[in-house]
Design a protein around this ligand. Structure first.
Ligand code: ZN
Length: 443
């Protein structure tokens, strides 16, 4: 392009001279003027080419020859290098240098690739490139004499932003509708996880619910390598539209927040009643204080005087509000497709809490008591994950995370940027958009 510009400038100058000289010599006829003009142009272009054109050496004069070996199960570096005709001495040098200069010791089958580069088809191998992971490679140069120096290189990551929107089709699932909207499977699974405490994907899905996802796609040399983070989600859930935005705090920690900057990842509280003392822990086996024989304690007991309000540990739907001999008055809540919680020995239920009631986290569902098989007033709390009782104190749950005032301000600026990106991509989905990454520490 620069070359063309320079050539154009030269032509303009020549043209200007020509016009001047022709004014003086009016007898020059038009035809000869044109011929002269063309000839001068050609000379100018030729001069331009000679002066400014520097050929790209690799592209024009060399025909590098590549032999790419995929690392398979059972492969070792020595085995692969041996297979390419390397001597024991060279293999030893390369292994040592890899360890010393690139902290590289093991090849991973099914993932790593080794590219053997020759200057031409018949030349000896002059360079080895180990591609270990999408963003790393190690170059090993033969050198003179054969020193086989290693150099760790990072592959530049070009992060572009993708926007996909859709609607739940009649009789379809979120998964199928999202696939139809062109959302990659990995991103759909991320969305499931992010919305896990917000909605029940089996029971709360209705035809016509609209959704969108904004996410990253990581490219290397214009080729898509992998999907990155989900940056924003919107879902028309049963109890209203749910929006989430990814935000990375200045300390490098990331999280998802709602439009107002409140932690958007809902979770369960391990202790529904704040500051309540544990009087009996979860255990596979324990001697039951009333029944006398040993049996598992499937929950945690918290000391709570009769009448202490019991809040729901997380948002969800009441699926049982009943009495049985063991639990006495109890309430069971389904939070999502994975988690349920149960609250036992209640003296009474909260008003308006029935089977089917949708409750929010912290909403009072009943009051502590000693109904059922119980030695005294307390809350017996169970967490059931995929149908199995788990220890509420140790089960892995997403952290409930809120932003302080300073981070909230930064978040709201980020949210504006994400919203305008969504609008822009919605209007023109094919444009290439890059967002300034507000991350200090990338994963
Ligand atoms: Zn108990």
């Amino acid at each position: 392009m620069a070359l063309m510009k320079k050539a154009k400038i030269i032509i303009k100058k020549i043209n200007a001279c020509l016009v001047k000289s022709c004014k003086k010599a009016s007898d020059v006829n038009i035809l000869s003027r044109i011929i002269l003009y063309i000839a001068i142009c050609m000379v100018a272009v030729a001069v331009g080419v000679v002066c400014f054109y520097k050929p790209a050496r690799d592209a024009v004069f060399t025909h590098e020859h590549h032999t790419v070996v995929d690392v398979k199960s059972g492969d070792t570096l020595s085995k692969i290098l041996g297979g390419q005709g390397f001597s024991v001495r060279d293999i030893d040098t390369i292994s040592k240098n890899l360890k010393k200069d690139a902290e590289f010791t093991t090849l991973r089958a099914g993932r790593d690739k080794i590219d053997f580069v020759r200057e031409n088809e018949n030349a000896p191998i002059s360079k080895i490139i180990i591609e270990n992971g999408p963003w790393n490679k190690i170059e090993i140069d033969c050198g003179t004499p054969d020193t086989w120096q290693c150099q760790k290189m990072e592959i530049a990551r070009d992060t572009r932003i993708a926007f996909k929107s859709g609607e739940i089709a009649q009789g379809s699932s979120f998964y199928l509708s999202a696939m139809q909207a062109g959302i990659p499977e990995g991103i759909i699974l991320d969305v499931y996880d992010l919305l896990a405490f917000e909605m029940d994907f089996e029971r709360d899905i209705r035809a016509g619910q609209k959704f969108y996802v904004l996410y990253e796609e990581n490219f290397a040399s214009d080729k898509k390598v992998e999907n990155g983070h989900v940056l924003a989600i919107s879902f028309d859930a049963l109890r209203g539209n749910v929006k989430m935005y990814r935000f990375v705090k200045p300390d490098g920690k990331s999280g998802y927040y709602d439009e107002n900057g409140n932690g958007a990842i809902k979770s369960l509280k391990r202790t529904p009643i704040n500051n309540a003392k544990i009087t009996s822990s979860f255990s596979g086996k324990r001697k039951h204080p009333v029944l006398g024989f040993t049996r598992a304690h499937k929950g945690v007991d918290f000391r709570a005087p009769t009448g202490t309000p019991i809040p729901a540990a997380g948002a969800g739907r009441v699926i049982a509000r009943s009495f049985n001999r063991g639990h006495g008055n109890f309430v069971k809540i389904r939070h999502n497709g994975t988690f349920e919680t149960l609250y036992a020995h209640m003296s009474k239920f909260a008003k308006g809490v029935n089977v089917g009631t949708v409750v929010r986290q912290g909403q009072i569902i009943g009051y502590a008591g000693s109904t059922g098989i119980s030695t005294g007033p307390h809350l017996h709390y169970e967490v059931i994950k995929n149908g199995v009782h788990v220890n509420p104190m140790t089960v892995k749950l997403p952290a409930i995370d809120n932003l302080d005032a300073a981070n909230k301000k930064l978040f709201l600026e980020r949210k504006e940027l994400i919203d305008s990106t969504i609008n822009s991509l919605r209007d023109n989905p094919n444009q290439i958009v890059r967002l300034e990454v507000n991350e200090k520490a990338k994963k």
